[in-house]
Design a protein around this ligand. Structure first.
Ligand code: C2E
Ligand code: MG
Ligand code: MG
Ligand code: MG
Length: 292
């Protein structure tokens, strides 16, 4: 009886595996089609200098608007596409699109806006990443420091020496590097010190508790000071309230992004966000800004 039970359990397991594999294959071909049909776009989330409130750049976030399924979240499709050849294609599409946005911004009077691009594990170790980046920077005639690549700890952990070499190559080109979602992985501050990064992004899970959890408040406060002492700058992600913003200002956090400042917005709204700053002389985004 035990044996047949095991057999049944195995068959259920196998069925689940088949489903996961099939979904992955189906999703990949649907996504390929979607890219050809222009269903992908970038949403841009403003990043501000905490003290002045000035918008210094945007994080590019991938959006998939499916004609029948509606908006599909990157948190749902990116993990399934991870390590497919199509994910790599999509990652390069994001870089091309982001660089062309930087060019357009330059032509319309905003020559120093940065755009941060999320890099997947597969793209980070892809040998053509540096050349492709270089090519896009030259083709669009933009400054390399306007491009920031965001790397999560999981992208970096597998081979630290190799990771450091790739980071150094990209940094030598003049591009910026940020460590994304800091605090969620296993990496320590001493490990961080060995990485050639410009920015550390403190994960939203810490930021969201700084006003009501003493431990998280202390963690964020000391992380900000240590990172700055290491010569890097700090970006807080997921700022949702004025109280969080004010506390992060007190901690001397350099930059911030979050729904309180602005939700990610469609590409065409980027100009109105930047013009508001120019006209007002100071920055106060309305909380209703953004739709995605
Ligand atoms: P991430 O890079 O950590 O991006 C931040 C996520 O937090 C975004 O979710 C953003 O919309 C959301 N967010 C920003 N501010 C707030 C806030 O105040 N409150 C809350 N609750 N959420 C906030 P999104 O756009 O769904 O992206 C999820 C993840 O998908 C990203 O996390 C990133 O890891 C990945 N991703 C997005 N676009 C790309 C891409 O082009 N390429 C790759 N490889 N990954 C991407
Ligand atoms: Mg990111
Ligand atoms: Mg993040
Ligand atoms: Mg995150």
């Amino acid at each position: 009886a035990a044996k047949s039970k095991q057999g049944a359990a195995y068959r259920v397991y196998e069925a689940k595996m088949n489903l996961a594999v099939m979904q992955k294959v189906e999703l990949e071909s649907e996504a390929r089609e979607a890219l050809r049909e222009n269903q992908f776009s970038l949403a841009l989330q403003p990043q501000v200098a905490m003290k002045s409130g000035k918008v210094i750049g945007f994080e590019a976030l991938l959006r998939w608007y499916h004609p029948t399924k509606g908006a599909i979240s990157p948190a749902d499709f990116i993990p399934l596409l991870e390590n497919t050849t199509f994910m790599l294609e999509l990652d390069y599409w994001v870089i091309a699109r982001a660089c062309s946005l930087i060019q357009e911004l330059g032509h319309s009077g905003f020559p120093d806006i940065k755009v941060a691009i999320n890099v997947s594990a597969g793209q980070f170790i892809d040998p053509s990443l540096p050349d492709y980046l270089q090519q896009q920077i030259e083709r669009n005639e933009i400054a390399p420091e306007q491009v920031c690549l965001e790397l999560t700890e999981t992208v970096l952990v597998s081979d630290i020496k190799r990771a450091r070499d790739i980071m150094q190559t990209i940094r030598n080109m003049g591009c910026m590097l940020a460590i994304d979602d800091f605090g969620t992985g296993y990496s320590s501050l001493s490990y961080l010190k060995s990485l050639p990064a410009d920015y550390i992004k403190i994960d939203r899970s810490f930021v969201s508790n700084i006003t009501n959890d003493t431990d998280d408040r202390n963690i964020v406060n000391s992380t900000v000071s240590m990172v700055r002492n290491m010569g890097m700058q700090v970006v807080a992600e997921g700022i949702e309230t004025q109280a969080q913003y004010d506390l992060l200002c007190d901690f001397e956090c350099d930059y911030g992004q979050g729904y309180m400042i602005s939700k990610p917005i469609p590409e065409h709204q980027v100009w109105s966000v930047l013009n508001k700053y120019v006209e007002g002389g100071y920055w106060k985004l309305s909380k209703s800004t953004g739709t995605t």
